[in-house]
Design a protein around this ligand. Structure first.
Ligand SMILES: [Zn+2]
Length: 260
């Protein structure tokens, strides 16, 4: 059985300050160490559950967050291939997807560091009329290969969102957001045990969990923070201007869901 793991940082155990996810800040090194703890726990649980191969995408920012020597040597590692292809090694040979260290979509109450792609410019994003965040995007991408979401870890709000989109999958809430900028964290030693156990259990969902799919073609709609952010995007062929801040585009394939 093959498991693909995509990772982010905002929803990693013990990360309770935005400085820990920003490369230019001194606290980022601590964030990297905490990241490796959660990801290694998920990898270990996957193998305990019966995985024979685990491929991990280092996907926070543009990648390069892992210190490979800190990572479990039984897995293989990659990172997004440019802005649009965030799980380059995923294909239909995989049996399940884990999202580790995730956050809720932009505009979620008490979602720690909630955002969808760019916290600087994306205000709202919809797929076929449903407001969607990065978890939904990951689910759609994997679903296009017939690969189901099995496990999501992150703050409480991310776990709630995961159940809204994917039903009864495994989730591990590692912190409670207090507004956007603060979080009350469970100790990482405790959450790593929970992540490992949930990862192991999640492999029993293979064959039962349904891949997340929506009607194709997909109508993508993006509302920017300011109208000038939509001005240049609206000029691209195939893009429709909905209003000053909002553009829409129809794509055939879920793997084009960021091409707006
Ligand atoms: Zn991130």
């Amino acid at each position: 059985m093959k498991i693909y793991i995509i990772t982010d940082m905002e929803g990693i155990s013990g990360i309770c300050n935005e400085a820990q996810v920003k490369r230019e800040m001194p606290q980022y090194v601590e964030g990297q160490r905490l990241l490796s703890g959660d990801v290694n726990a998920a990898i270990a649980g996957a193998f305990e559950g019966g995985a024979t191969e685990v491929l991990v995408s280092d996907a926070h920012g543009s990648g390069f967050n892992f210190i490979l020597e800190q990572m479990d040597p039984h897995a293989t590692y990659e990172r997004p291939n440019g802005g649009l292809d965030f799980m380059p090694g995923l294909d239909d040979s995989f049996d399940g997807l884990f999202c580790i260290g995730y956050h809720a979509m932009a505009g979620t109450l008490n979602g720690f560091l909630d955002h969808t792609q760019s916290s600087a410019s994306w205000f709202n994003y919809w797929v076929n009329g449903r407001r969607t965040g990065e978890l939904g995007q990951c689910g759609l991408w994997a679903g296009s290969y017939g690969v189901p979401m099995l496990l999501v870890t992150g703050d409480r709000a991310a776990c709630d969102e995961a159940h809204d989109f994917f039903g009864e999958i495994e989730t591990v809430s590692v912190k409670q957001g207090i507004g956007r900028q603060y979080a009350r964290c469970t100790h990482p030693e405790a959450t790593r045990i929970s992540i490992r156990e949930a990862a192991r259990r999640s492999l029993s969902l293979i064959g039962k969990a349904r891949p997340y799919r929506v009607q194709e073609p997909l109508t993508l709609r993006l509302e920017f923070y300011r109208s000038d952010m939509a001005d240049s995007v609206a000029l691209r062929p195939g893009t429709r201007r909905i209003n000053a801040r909002t553009v829409e585009r129809v794509v055939d394939n879920p793997r084009l869901l960021l091409s707006i």
